[in-house]
Design a protein. Sequence first.
Lengths: 122, 122
Amino acid sequence: MGEPRTPEAAARDVEAVLRLLEGRWKLELLFHLFGGQVQRYSDLERLVPGISQKMLAQQLRQLEADGLVTRTVYPQVPPKVDYRLTPWGQALCPALDAMLQWSALRAGLTEGHDAARAPGAH
Amino acid sequence: MGEPRTPEAAARDVEAVLRLLEGRWKLELLFHLFGGQVQRYSDLERLVPGISQKMLAQQLRQLEADGLVTRTVYPQVPPKVDYRLTPWGQALCPALDAMLQWSALRAGLTEGHDAARAPGAH
DNA sequence: CTGCATCCTGGCCGATACTG
DNA sequence: CAGTATCGGCCAGGATGCAG
């Protein structure tokens, strides 16, 4: 497969991933959709206190454009729209878990040893 | 251990991690330090074309403050300073690999199935 | 209910110049 | 060599109001 060889290429690829997750609210939205949860716009507005309507819509649209979430519009009045993760979005879990586990390492690694390998260089 | 239970807590933890990696140059700097590489200030300036001295110093200081890199000053003239990853910084690799692998999934998952679990909920 | 349009602010970041 | 100091542009994102 095409593992990145140069630091620059690897950095670019990871940056592309980070860019999908960046933004003040994306992760929190994602976490409210994991495990197959389906949420309406108003659900998310309630679940994410402090988010403005503009940002809620904007971040959801970006997540949709990036292929992470599916937006479903029900043609009815009053309008109903719901959001759920795509399979690819669900597949983010292991990566987020890896970050969580890494951050948990901090406690035991303020003093420690070494040994590591470069990402992409299995 | 304390795996996050609520989406809010998990989101906060992952966001904290992302915040360490955010910034225009952090990842590229990190990738130039993986595998135990030791780089001087001027090495990094050369390895990362386009970065200004201000940003180079600033991002390195942040990485140092966040416990990802070690800054070593050699008291001599001309001055010499080098940077290397802390053990915790090295331990970032698996997490970055997970993101790389996730992004590689995109190809095969534009059409797909489902099933996933929430991060932190092993 | 579910958004988009507009205005505005803070902070990131680049450019340039200067220092021990 | 390895930074610090200063100025300023740009834009993510908050507040508010309007629309289908």
